[in-house]
Design a protein around this ligand. Structure first.
Ligand code: PLP
Length: 387
């Protein structure tokens, strides 16, 4: 049996895959089993931050893999401690809990908020408010956090204690906060799975002031927007926000599973020994990989990400077949006249891998994609959207 047949027979049918088997790559070029080359404008859904088979990333992983590939969190390992320092120094946050995925990073954020609120305001204060159209993960709790009903239908009952408000509607939050039961609000600065929808900056600022006034935590889900993707280290920085908790994953380790939950000073001692844990969280190979990524997210580099995002915006804005362009940095959504799925299929046939998000074509290329490849990919997309 070939890979398609094995997959069809033995893997649970949760992914509707494209009929392409990727076998190798270099940077933003990947190759399928038949030798066809593609420009990768999806980077594994915002994961391979510096592309495929990146030299510095390989060196970091190889070096650590030859030392120790895993050690229990009962012992110290240098990569995870050094990564936590790098993240705290670059963000001003105080402590980090490491896990393996975005959903787990959000689970930890929710646990931190619930514990903090129970201790400071009492156990009735446990509600986590999120935005409609948000996406926070696939575990039962992060599905409950996700503000999209259709994800909830099959898996009732979900974890209780979540409420959703429309993005931009502070009055809806005010109404929810009348009873003092809201522990935290969790937001994405740009809703990725929701269709690359940026939060209104004025709403974000008003939300932060309201939460400060009410002593409610502000938590930002930077799983997709984080680690340079927005043109800042974290998208909340572009919004001028000061979150109490930040969750991230995806691009953090550039292709190995790693989640991180960053806790601000007021929450730094929220967890005591035994309160939370993860066998693989902070794995030294994943942490070494992440250090090789985070160390390169310098202000100059982030500026280049923002500039490439601007270049794409200029190329796409007002082009025939494109109704609108949304997003931040190298996280862009194109509302196309043709159905997004058809655009993606036609781009693939012409050697460009793109993604969809709701009714948009979603672009999440590697942060270091060379400008000539970016222009080539944009050229193909521009041809395909006007067909
Ligand atoms: N949060 C956001 C904003 C995401 O985009 C995603 C995944 O797409 C998740 C959480 C869940 O991350 P993971 O699939 O690593 O659990």
């Amino acid at each position: 049996m070939n890979t398609f047949e094995l997959d069809e027979k033995y893997i649970a049918h949760t992914y509707k895959r494209f009929p392409v088997e990727i076998v190798s790559g270099q940077g933003s070029l990947v190759r399928d089993v038949d030798g066809k080359e593609y420009i990768d404008m999806g980077s594994g859904i915002a994961v391979t931050s510096f592309g495929v088979a990146d030299e510095a990333w390989i060196r970091a992983v190889e070096d650590q893999i030859h030392r120790v590939q895993h050690m229990s969190n009962l012992y110290y390992t240098a990569p995870c401690a050094r990564l936590a320092r790098a993240l705290c120094e670059k963000t001003g946050m105080a402590r980090v809990f490491f896990s393996n995925s975005g959903a787990e990073a959000n689970e930890c954020a929710i646990k931190a908020a619930r514990k903090w609120a129970a201790e400071t305001k009492g156990p009735a204060c446990s509600t986590i408010v999120t935005l409609e159209n948000s996406f926070h993960g696939r575990t039962l709790t992060t599905l409950a956090a996700t503000g999209q009903e259709h994800y909830h239908e099959l898996y009732q009952p979900l974890t209780p204690g979540f409420a959703h408000i429309p993005a931009g509607d502070l009055d809806a939050l005010r109404a929810l906060c009348k009873a003092d039961t809201v522990a935290a609000v969790l937001i994405e600065c740009v809703q990725g799975e929701g269709g690359v929808v940026p939060l209104d900056p004025a709403f974000a600022t008003a939300l932060e002031s309201f939460l400060r006034e009410k002593n409610i935590l502000l938590m930002v889900d930077e799983v997709q927007t984080g680690n340079g993707r927005s043109g800042a280290l974290y998208a909340y920085m572009r919004y001028g926000l000061h979150p109490d908790v930040v969750s991230t994953a995806k691009g953090l380790a550039g292709g190995l599973p790693l989640g991180a939950t960053l806790l601000s000073d007021r929450l730094k001692d929220i967890f005591s020994y035994g309160d939370h844990g993860s066998t693989f969280g902070g794995n030294p190979v994943a942490a070494a990989a992440a250090l090789s990524i985070v160390d390169r997210l310098t202000p100059d580099f982030l500026q280049s990400v923002a500039a490439k995002g601007e270049l794409l915006r200029e190329l796409f804005t007002g082009a025939p077949g494109i109704e609108s362009v949304s997003g931040l940095g190298l996280m862009l959504g194109l509302k196309t006249v043709r159905p997004a799925a058809q655009v993606v299929a036609d781009c693939m046939a012409r050697g460009v891998l793109c993604l969809t998000a709701k009714d948009k074509v979603r672009l999440l290329p590697a942060l270091n994609i060379p400008e000539d490849l970016l222009r080539r990919a944009a050229g193909v997309i521009l041809e395909v959207v006007k067909e």
